[in-house]
Ligand binder design. Structure first.
Ligand code: CP
Length: 305
């Protein structure tokens, strides 16, 4: 028996393989058949303490497309956070107004703290370098729809693997699917040890690399990421690695025909615009899938599926 009603969505680690597949099934169904009245009368609290384009706007659109309404903020400086109110108190109050809360916060663990305060389900839209579980569901949906399966695929994570919360969440989810993982990053931004330990525990084959080009012909999924300037304490350190990987269309000769390039976006320089016109680029469709996945999550935690 799968139970999603009233559940917080804080970390992908809290989901079994069966539960992950169920979310993808519901999202696919909503993609094929919209349900414009499903959440009539429901209210989303959209609480973004850190900048976002895709995550915030797709959560908000998802609620509106299901017939619900949205309250919230995109900038904590317009809230009483500015006057010193704690996250706990703010969320406690907002959860009295909204039926479900989607939030993003720069601090790791903030979504879990919010869940302690909230009377309604919290969906983590990214907490520091920790987790971004709704992104993982849309990444998996994009992999499933392009590869027709999730099992036994080769995937390269490229760029900022140390601070990339989308990388951490997706890497953990892939432990369910017997993936072959290539970690391509400058040494200072390699995959954290705790994720590598999880690969070992799940008997996932993985290897660490600094060069991208030798890996390109090997993979089914190329997961590019931005080197995140905002996570560096020292700007000089960022300058050293900011252009470590720049994928161009010319580099894609000799890749597998089924290769798809994903990227959580935003991109800076790491995927050149000429890649967009290749048959391998899938990052814009991936971002669209965020809508269906977030509709599915609302429907599930509000007990509609
Ligand atoms: N993928 C993602 O989290 O994008 P935003 O930062 O624009 O929300």
């Amino acid at each position: 028996m799968l139970t999603f009603k009233n559940r917080d969505i804080l970390s992908i680690k809290e989901f079994t393989k069966e539960e992950i597949l169920h979310v993808l099934k519901v999202a696919s169904a909503l993609k094929k058949k919209p349900q414009p009245k499903l959440l009539d009368g429901y209210v989303l609290g959209s609480c973004f303490f850190e900048p976002s384009t895709r995550t915030r706007l797709s959560f908000e659109t998802a609620m509106q497309r299901l017939g619900g309404k949205v309250i919230g903020f995109a900038d904590p400086n317009v809230t009483s956070t500015k006057k010193g109110e704690t996250l706990y108190d703010s969320i406690k109050i907002i959860s009295q107004y909204a039926d479900v809360i989607a939030m993003r916060h720069p601090l790791e663990g903030a979504a879990r703290r919010a869940a302690e305060a909230s009377e309604k389900p919290i969906i983590n839209g990214g907490d520091g370098a920790n987790q971004h579980p709704s992104q993982t569901f849309l990444d998996l949906l994009s992999i499933q729809e392009t590869q027709k399966k999730l099992e036994n695929l080769s995937i390269a994570f490229v760029g900022d693997l140390k601070y990339g919360r989308t990388v951490h969440s997706l890497a953990q989810a892939l432990c369910h699917f017997n993936s072959r993982v290539y970690c391509v990053a400058p040494e200072m931004l390699q995959m954290p040890e705790y994720i590598l330990d999880e690969f070992k525990l799940s008997r996932i084959k993985f290897s660490l690399h600094s060069e991208l080009e030798p890996i390109l012909p090997k993979v089914d999924i190329l997961y590019m990421t931005r080197i995140q300037a905002e996570r560096f304490g020292d700007p000089a350190e960022y300058e050293k690695v900011k252009n470590a990987y720049v994928l161009t269309a010319a580099m894609l000769k000799g890749v597998k025909s089924n290769l798809k390039i994903l990227h959580p976006l935003p991109r800076v320089n790491e995927v050149a615009p000429d890649v967009d016109a290749t048959p391998y680029a899938y990052y814009f469709q991936e971002a669209e899938n965020g809508l269906y996945v977030r509709e599915a999550l609302f429907g599930l935690v509000l007990g509609k599926f």
